[in-house]
Structures are given as structure tokens and as C-alpha cells.
Design a protein around this ligand. Structure first.
Ligand SMILES: CC(C)(COP(=O)(O)OP(=O)(O)OC[C@H]1O[C@@H](n2cnc3c(N)ncnc32)[C@H](O)[C@@H]1OP(=O)(O)O)[C@@H](O)C(=O)NCCC(=O)NCCS
Length: 232
């Protein structure tokens, strides 16, 4: 789809014969966490090296984080389900935020951070202080990059299960998120993408994002991409 006048109207393309984009529910969070872990395997390997925790422990950590995002911004979290003979399968998700700084504040003042720290200290998440240090450094780099940008709205996380890629699901989710942000009067949107993630860069560029800068974390470079959705 070209960058034409209606590219931001995500609601128009949310239905398809085979799959549907709709708001996520708490019951979707385990599958969202699972999809995150399978889609971002290289981040997990980078964070934990050879010391990768048990999958159940990792799932619990990731699920706790997505549950926080969902509780705080339930209308900014979508999933895609695909119908098949055994019922419905979650094959994609997207979460966006109108204000990342506010979200961090909610994590602190809403007591989430304390609960995560307690679980970490009890060993529930299965990772050590070295991995925690990397996670914290990465979050701080991410936060600093957000803080000094006038583009407060953010595409936080997007993934489509490998088997279902290249069918337009990623684009449908992204346009849904952009349409929501526009309804919230958040027209300037930002995201970060690894420079080597060509499928994601292609998708973002074709939806009107362009490169605005570069930031880094312990895993390497992030390209900062922005879109001003008032333009069209
Ligand atoms: C990025 C991602 C969400 C795209 O999802 P998707 O459902 O495959 O995307 P779509 O089918 O909507 O395709 C969107 C565009 O990207 C293009 N694209 C998809 N895979 C591609 C690839 N491997 N190489 C180049 N372009 C690709 C499609 O051709 C399409 O462009 P077009 O309409 O001009 O042809 C998916 O690849 C993914 O989940 N990757 C792993 C997680 C990830 O990297 N998330 C983004 C983090 S910033």
C-alpha cells in the first residue's frame, strides 16, 4: 500500500476473511508473551548469553510486563486471531502508547516495579543480576531517547508469528495503532527498529515513517523512526 491519503485509517482494514484484528483481552497475554519470546529470540540470547532461564520463568517475566501494558492501556493493545479448525490462534499483536513517560511513571507509582523486583529477588524470573543489569541499561537508554523527543507517542511492540507473516497482518495492526493514536490527538509517532530488521523497516517506511536518528543499547544500534500523521 502506498503512502496515500487514507493510509492512517486503520479501522477500514481490520477485517479479513481469515483473520481479525481486535482489542486484546487479559486472556491473550500468555500467547502474546509466547509470541514475543519466539519473535525476539536474538534479544533473549543477547541478554542471557548461555545462561538462558527456563522457558516458564521467561514467559512469566514477559507476561507480567505485557499484563502491565494491557492494564494501563487496554485500548492501545490489539491482537490478531486466525480462524482454523481447532478454533482461533493468536498470530500477531501490537501495543502503542500515547505517552511513554507517563507509562513509566505508572510502572513506578502503580507498584508494578516493586512487584517485579520482589519476583526477581525470589528467583521467579530465573535470571541473574548480570541479565538484570543489561535489561536496566537498555530500558534507561530507551527512556532517555524517548525523553528528549517531541514525539511522545510510540509504537511499543509489534510481532506476527512466523508462519503468518507477509499476509498483511503486520500492516493491519500497525494501521490500527496509528488510527488509535490519531483519535487521541497523538499525531507525532516514534518507534525504534534494529537497522538489520529489513521486514520491519520496509513496513514502517511504507506506512509513512522515516529515519530521524540513531540510539544504542547493549545489543547495538536502534534506528529512530518518526511519522507525522497530520500531514495526510
Ligand atoms: C515486521 C513484522 C511485524 C511484519 O509483519 P507481516 O505481517 O509479515 O507484515 P505484512 O505482511 O503486513 O507486510 C508489510 C510489508 O513488509 C514487507 N515484508 C514482509 N516481510 C518482508 C521481508 N522479509 N523482507 C522485506 N519486506 C518484507 C511486505 O512485503 C509488505 O510490504 P508490501 O505491502 O509493500 O509488499 C514481522 O516480520 C515480525 O513479526 N517480525 C519479527 C518481530 C519484529 O521484528 N517486530 C518489529 C520490531 S521493531
Amino acid at each position: 500500500m502506498k503512502n496515500t491519503g487514507n493510509i492512517w485509517q486503520g479501522d477500514r482494514i481490520s477485517h479479513h476473511v481469515d483473520w481479525q484484528v481486535h482489542l486484546a483481552s487479559p486472556a491473550d497475554m500468555p500467547q502474546v508473551a509466547d509470541l514475543f519470546l519466539t519473535s525476539f529470540g536474538e534479544t533473549i540470547t543477547h541478554l542471557y548469553g548461555t545462561n538462558i532461564p527456563r522457558k516458564e520463568a521467561l514467559l512469566e517475566a514477559v507476561q507480567d510486563f505485557f499484563t502491565f501494558l494491557h492494564r494501563e492501556t487496554p485500548r492501545a493493545f490489539w491482537v490478531t486471531h486466525k480462524r482454523h479448525e481447532k478454533g482461533q490462534k493468536l498470530c500477531g499483536y501490537l501495543v502503542v502508547s500515547t505517552d511513554l513517560i507517563l507509562l513509566w511513571k505508572r510502572a513506578i507509582w502503580g507498584g508494578y516495579l516493586l512487584r517485579w523486583a520482589a519476583k526477581f529477588l525470589r528467583g521467579t524470573y530465573g535470571f541473574d543480576f548480570r541479565a538484570l543489569g543489561r535489561i536496566l541499561i537498555n530500558k534507561i537508554s530507551f527512556w532517555r531517547a524517548s525523553r528528549f523527543q517531541p514525539y511522545r507517542a510510540q509504537i511499543l511492540s509489534l510481532a506476527v508469528a512466523e508462519h503468518y507473516r507477509c499476509q498483511g497482518i503486520g500492516r493491519a495492526l500497525l494501521l490500527k495503532g496509528i488510527a488509535y493514536l490519531r483519535r487521541q490527538n497523538s499525531f507525532r509517532i516514534k518507534l525504534e527498529v534494529r537497522p538489520w530488521n529489513k521486514p520491519a523497516m520496509h513496513l514502517y517506511q511504507s506506512c509513512g515513517f522515516s529515519q530521524a536518528g540513531v540510539t544504542r543499547d547493549t545489543q547495538g544500534e536502534w534506528l529512530i523512526m518518526i511519522a507525522d500523521t497530520r500531514v495526510k
